[in-house]
Design a protein around this ligand. Structure first.
Ligand code: DX5
Ligand code: ZN
Length: 215
């Protein structure tokens, strides 16, 4: 069954706790936390204090997506009892292996993400060390963008390596995911999907999560 991680980037920040309750009622698996610094990506979102406001207000674990430069400097800020994954970008980490070990040494699962123009082959050496690989299906920075179909081929390639080498990372996809393309994405090998505008832009957010969870 698909694991769904709605992105609160598309939620109403004025009613964040209520919005999170809605996705929880619908059966969401994670809260996807999109952190943007205005350097690695051309947009600024929010930081750890906003995420921490949800502590005690939801049972859902956090799936943190750091779209920032120098992530090592900020990793500790995002560690809470409910932080399950912290994902950094391959493109933002000169010493990716060290960053991944740093995350895992804090008792949190480590993820690595690649942008649409970055090939899967750049992850070859780090795959045995990571708990999750996040394939970006839009250029990171904004919610509500159109799905880039080339991501499907990258998911297939990753799924093949995972099977061939008997590795156990989760394959996640992020960007432009809708009820229309979710089946195709899962067929390619995705186990966990992020959805922002497709969830929080719905008239009935709880029902939309239920619809995703039918897949
Ligand atoms: C993009 C973010 C995504 C985004 C997804 O930079 O990493 O998580 O919020 O939003 P949608 O689902 O609207 O593309
Ligand atoms: Zn994201």
């Amino acid at each position: 069954m698909l694991k769904l991680a709605p992105s609160i980037l598309s939620a109403d920040f004025g009613h964040l706790a209520e919005d999170v309750k809605k996705i929880e009622e619908g059966g969401a698996d994670y809260i996807h936390v999109d952190v943007m610094d205005g350097h690695f990506v051309p947009n600024i979102s929010f930081g750890a204090p906003v995420m921490k406001c949800l502590n005690g207000k939801t049972k859902l674990p956090y799936d943190v997506h750091l779209m920032i430069e120098n992530p090592d400097k900020y990793i500790d800020d995002f560690i809470t009892p409910k932080t399950e994954y912290i994902t950094v970008h391959q493109e933002a980490c000169v010493h990716l292996h060290r960053t991944v070990q740093n995350i895992k040494s804090k008792g949190v699962k480590a993820g690595v993400s690649i942008n649409p123009a970055t090939p899967v082959s750049t992850l070859e050496c780090i795959l045995p060390d990571v708990n999750l690989v996040l394939i970006m299906s839009v250029n990171p920075g904004f919610g509500g963008q159109k799905f880039i179909p080339g991501a499907l081929e990258k998911v297939r390639e990753l799924a093949e390596i995972k099977g061939a080498k008997n590795l156990d990372f989760v394959i996640e996809i992020d960007g432009g995911i809708t009820l229309e393309n979710i089946e195709e994405v899962m067929d390619a090998g995705v186990e966990m999907a992020v959805a922002g505008s497709a969830v929080f832009g719905a008239e009935d957010v709880t029902e939309r999560v239920r619809e995703f969870k039918k897949f």
